[in-house]
Design a protein around this ligand. Structure first.
Ligand SMILES: Cc1cc2ncn([C@H]3O[C@H](COP(=O)(O)O)[C@@H](O)[C@H]3O)c2cc1C
Ligand SMILES: O=C(O)c1cccnc1
Length: 337
């Protein structure tokens, strides 16, 4: 069930053998919800979340006790084109910050009772500049997918993946543009805060990369050509979670671009995931529409690091606490109308 893979072909075949939702468990959860002391539907999406979670976990398990957040870090050759407001050295500096507990995600993980793992990926070997060559060779790409796959804890009961990688909003926009079409200008955003000239340059760089690689193959090939190691690792981790029946909360624009690559390779590959939030990065709303997922939160975040999804852990925990802890009409002696 959780065997690893040695090649892209093996990873592809794992994507074709994904377990589905446990329809009986979901049905039992829906039936239980209908007995709880509230007007039907009054807990809105919290009700759907509880049914979704129990459907993926199966059985009676309906508490989150071991959420795992993993932040993957990678460096991008395309950063040398000047597409970020910050230098590439910040990727490694932020990894140290995560390790010392000083980043936003450290605080968000702590208050939501999640473990936080930080996985730097060959930071001293940036990917190739995708305007000139494929970002990754196949062997590097498989290694990054596998780093993600191997980082997921078998005992986690919820997975959130995030990233750190200067210039990765350029990579994410290129992925979305190549897979979903439209002009680069539709997908580009300011990332860390590039100015108008920076935005024009970034749009041009995305368009160049997409023109070079858009016909390179399926979602995984597009990810190899235009992605980065941390995006590949996020995809590998989300696929492993599916095989372990661990539900996933998606983070912002970059995480969702990685998710889209899986979805475009194997339809339904993200059925075990919900969207944690709507990022302020321009194209995220459209990306969520393409994934057919509605965000749980909208807080004007544009950080990444798994921050939006990390915050949504609290919402999901509350949904399950209501589902498991509320009295039924019969238990409480409340008239059910
Ligand atoms: C100090 C700092 C902390 C961050 N944490 C996440 N990001 C975010 O910003 C980067 C993407 O934006 P761009 O494509 O413009 O480089 C990613 O590393 C992302 O995780 C950060 C960026 C900075 C500067
Ligand atoms: O939405 C994101 O993931 C995002 C947006 C801006 C910068 N970094 C990440």
């Amino acid at each position: 069930m959780t065997s690893s893979f040695a090649s892209l072909t093996e990873f592809r075949s794992l994507l074709q053998q994904m377990p589905g939702v446990d329809a009986e468990a979901a049905e039992a959860a829906r039936a239980h919800d209908s007995q709880l002391t509230k007007p039907p539907g009054a807990l809105g999406r919290l009700e759907d979340l509880a049914v979704w979670y129990r459907g993926w976990r199966g059985g009676e398990r309906s508490e989150i006790n071991a959420p795992q957040i993993i932040v993957f870090a990678g460096n991008h050759g395309v950063a040398a084109r000047g597409v970020s407001a910050f230098p590439a050295a910040v990727t490694e500096q932020m990894v140290l910050n995560f390790q010392r507990g000083g980043a936003a995600i450290n605080q968000i993980a702590r208050v939501n009772g999640a473990t936080l793992d930080v996985v730097p990926l060959a930071l001293d070997e940036p990917t190739q500049d995708f305007t000139k060559a494929p970002a990754m060779e196949e062997a590097e790409f498989v290694e990054a997918l596998r780093a993600g796959w191997d980082a997921v804890s078998e005992t986690a009961d919820l997975l959130v993946v995030g990233e750190m990688g200067i210039a990765n909003t350029t990579s994410a926009a290129a992925l979305a543009c190549a897979l979903l079409g439209g002009e680069a200008a539709v997908w580009v955003g300011r990332g860390t805060g590039v100015d108008d000239d920076g935005l024009a340059l970034k749009t041009q760089v995305i368009a160049e990369g997409v023109a070079l690689h858009r016909d390179s193959g399926d979602g995984l090939e597009i990810l190899r050509h235009l992605g980065g190691r941390e995006l590949a690792a996020m995809a590998g981790a989300m696929a492993r979670a599916r095989h372990l029946r661990i539900p996933v909360i998606l983070d912002g624009f970059i995480c969702c671009a990685a998710a889209l690559c899986l979805e475009r390779t194997a339809a339904g590959a993200l059925d075990h995931a919900v969207a944690g939030h709507l990022s302020a990065e321009g194209g995220h709303g459209r990306l969520l529409e393409a994934l057919d997922k509605a965000p749980l939160l909208s807080l004007n975040l544009r950080l990444g690091e798994a921050s939006g999804a990390g915050l949504a852990i609290g919402v999901l925990k509350a949904a399950l606490a209501c589902h498991a802890g509320m009295a039924t009409f019969a238990e409480a002696g409340v008239s059910d109308g």
